[in-house]
Ligand binder design. Structure first.
Ligand SMILES: Cc1ncc(COP(=O)(O)O)c(C=O)c1O
Length: 379
């Protein structure tokens, strides 16, 4: 496998553009310098564009989970309750995190389905003292995009804060923190903006900021991060300097492309991917009314071995796609199409998938049927 030139179709990390790699390869320099403050200041402004919100932003050195933890750990004390919506690995993880710092009421969701809004309303009514509702907007493990605007309305009606894990939606799917009343929206660098892994950013409303405990955590103290970036475009502790330089380049590229164009491209690519899977006689895993446009989850044909299939794709064709976790492991696979993923790469992915499927004994489709759908979507 050629590590430098492959088809990297994961739901994050995603392929990094050479411009970003180049921007990061420079000698070390002092993070407390005016030059570096200017870089953070630029990132701050571009992040407000990315989040489509005037809210304050914090840049956290750490992966997406650090961004989520910077919110949950400073929002909940041991007697505070979070209503957490499940339905996949990442939604459920927020619930687990809430139990570490406070209390959690879980709204279970069957994997592959979107949250049942009636059940959520009932839970909010039964727990009027809950401090916040948390939703993983784009549940990457099941390829579902939950109706975040509706969840925001329920939070507002019950005067609860709204925490939105937008790690695989911000920059790839429409996210409107202000309109939806999201007090905390979190993104991860290695996903839709195609930056290297290792940074998270959090968009925080005024109300959200005022509700945070000032001294519950140290490194992940979200208030401190916001205060410092607002004061002098700095971070409280040494940031991941090269990653922030890479982040800036990604955000410049995002502005060049335009957020709306990126979102529209992802939507077309997502639709073409689903059409291509169906043209091969495959079934989409999640409820199609709520499918994600940044990742697609597909049932394997009967009897197909996940490890062998993905292994051959990688070894023989340099195509890398993802499996699944927990009870759908081995039964469903995922193709990421976020970041800078292109139709041309998806066509190559389906060409390889068709070949491997046929080799492994699944041939209930006309050769080229999947690739054809990608080509149609590209026109
Ligand atoms: C929706 C979502 N939330 C949270 C995470 C965790 O982010 P990280 O692995 O960057 O800590 C992921 C990672 O894939 C994700 O997709």
């Amino acid at each position: 496998m050629d590590l430098y030139d492959n088809f990297f179709m994961l739901a994050g990390p995603v392929k990094i553009h050479p411009r970003v790699l180049q921007a990061m390869s420079r000698p070390a320099f002092a993070h407390r310098s005016p030059e570096y403050s200017a870089i953070i200041g630029e990132c701050k402004e571009h992040l407000k564009y990315l989040f489509q919100s005037k809210n304050d932003v914090a840049i956290i050195s750490g992966s997406g989970t650090a961004g989520v933890e910077s919110v949950i750990s400073n929002l909940l004390d041991k007697d505070d309750t979070l209503i957490s919506i499940g339905g996949g690995k990442f939604g459920e993880r927020v619930g687990q995190m809430a139990e570490v710092f406070g209390k959690c009421v879980k709204v279970p969701v069957e994997w592959g389905k979107a949250v049942d809004l009636e059940e959520l309303k009932k839970t909010a009514e039964e727990h009027p003292d809950a401090k916040a509702i948390a939703l993983c907007h784009n549940e990457t493990s099941t390829a579902i995009t939950h109706p975040a605007a509706e969840v925001g309305k329920i939070a507002k009606k019950h005067d609860m804060l709204f925490v939105l894990d937008g790690i695989t939606s911000v920059g790839g799917i429409e996210v409107k923190p202000d309109e939806w009343g999201a007090d905390f929206t979190i993104m991860g660098s290695q996903k839709c903006i195609a930056a290297p892994a290792g940074l998270a950013a959090v968009s925080v409303s005024k109300r959200g900021y005022d509700t945070l405990y000032p001294k519950k955590t140290y490194y992940l103290n979200l208030k401190k991060h916001i205060d410092r970036i607002n004061k002098d475009n700095q971070t409280p502790y040494t940031p991941a300097i090269p990653l922030i330089i890479g982040l800036r380049e990604c955000l410049i590229m995002l502005r060049e492309d335009g957020l709306e164009n990126r979102i529209a491209y992802n939507a077309r690519l997502g639709q073409a991917t689903r059409n291509a899977a169906k043209a091969l006689g495959l079934r989409i895993f999640p409820d199609e009314r709520f499918v994600s446009n940044t990742v697609t989850a597909i049932w394997y044909p009967e009897g197909m071995n996940d490890k062998e299939f993905r292994g051959k794709l990688k070894k023989d064709h340099n195509v890398i796609i993802a499996g699944c976790q927990d009870h759908i492991k081995g039964k469903v696979f995922r193709i990421g199409h976020m970041g800078l993923a292109r139709f041309e790469e998806m066509a190559a992915t389906f060409a390889a998938m068709e070949t491997v499927f046929r080799k492994m004994g699944y041939a209930d489709f006309t050769p080229g049927a999947g690739v054809g759908e990608i080509v149609k979507g590209m026109e």
